[in-house]
Write a protein of this length. Structure first.
Length: 202
C-alpha cells in the first residue's frame, strides 16, 4: 500500500513537471526582463507596466491555448492543492512587497531611515531578495528551473546597477526568452493535440 501511494506521488510529480515543461515561465521572465530594458531605453515607467501586463497575458493565453489542450486540466491531490494555495498567498505577498519596493525606488522616498542607493551593498541585498523570491517560487511550484531564472534576473538587476547599463536586462531577457521558445517548440512536438496524435496513428 505504501509503495502504491509513493508511486502515485511520483506519477503526480511527473505530471506536474510536464505541465511546466512548456517554457512559458521562461518566456514570461524573458519578456519581463526585456520590458525593463525597453522601458529604460524609452524612459517610461508606464511602458514597463504595460509590457509586464502584456507578458502576463502571453503566459495566460499560452497556458490556455497550448498547454491545457495538450495536457488537459489535471486534477491534483489534496497535498498539491494545499501547496498551491500556499504558493498563491506567497505570490500575493511578493507582489505587494515588489510594488512597495518599486514605488520606493521610483520616488526615492525615505522609509524608516533607509533610502535606495546605487551602492554595491544595497545592490547585493536586493539581488539576494530576488533570489529568495525565486527560490520560494521554485520550492512551492516544485520547479527547479525557476531558480535558474532567478539567477538570471538577479544578475541582470545587479549588472544594471553596478555597470549603470540596462543592457544586462537585454542579455538576460534574450537568453530566457530564447530558451523558453526552444522549450515551447519541444513541448508542442512532444505533446501533439489529441486530433493530431490520432491522425499520426492513422
Amino acid at each position: 500500500m505504501a509503495s502504491r501511494i509513493l508511486d502515485l506521488k511520483q506519477i503526480e510529480r511527473a505530471a506536474w513537471r510536464s505541465y511546466h515543461s512548456d517554457g512559458l515561465w521562461d518566456i514570461f521572465i524573458g519578456l519581463t526582463l526585456l520590458s525593463s530594458w525597453l522601458s529604460s531605453l524609452v524612459g517610461s515607467d508606464l511602458l514597463h507596466l504595460v509590457l509586464v501586463v502584456a507578458s502576463l497575458f502571453v503566459f495566460a493565453l499560452g497556458k490556455r491555448f497550448l498547454t491545457v489542450p495538450r495536457m488537459g486540466l489535471v486534477e491534483f491531490g489534496a497535498e498539491r492543492k494545499a501547496k498551491n494555495r500556499k504558493f498563491a498567498a506567497l505570490l500575493f505577498f511578493i507582489v505587494l512587497v515588489s510594488v512597495a519596493l518599486y514605488i520606493v525606488a521610483v520616488t526615492n522616498i525615505e522609509v524608516f531611515g533607509w533610502r535606495p542607493e546605487r551602492g554595491s551593498l544595497t545592490t547585493l541585498g536586493m539581488s539576494l531578495v530576488i533570489l529568495v523570491i525565486f527560490g520560494g517560487i521554485a520550492y512551492w511550484l516544485d520547479f527547479p528551473r525557476m531558480m535558474l531564472l532567478g539567477l538570471a534576473f538577479a544578475a541582470a538587476f545587479a549588472g544594471s546597477r553596478l555597470l549603470d547599463s540596462h543592457l544586462t536586462f537585454l542579455a538576460a531577457g534574450g537568453l530566457a526568452l530564447g530558451w523558453g521558445l526552444v522549450l515551447l517548440v519541444s513541448f508542442v512536438k512532444r505533446y501533439p493535440l489529441p486530433t493530431e496524435a490520432g491522425r499520426e496513428r492513422e
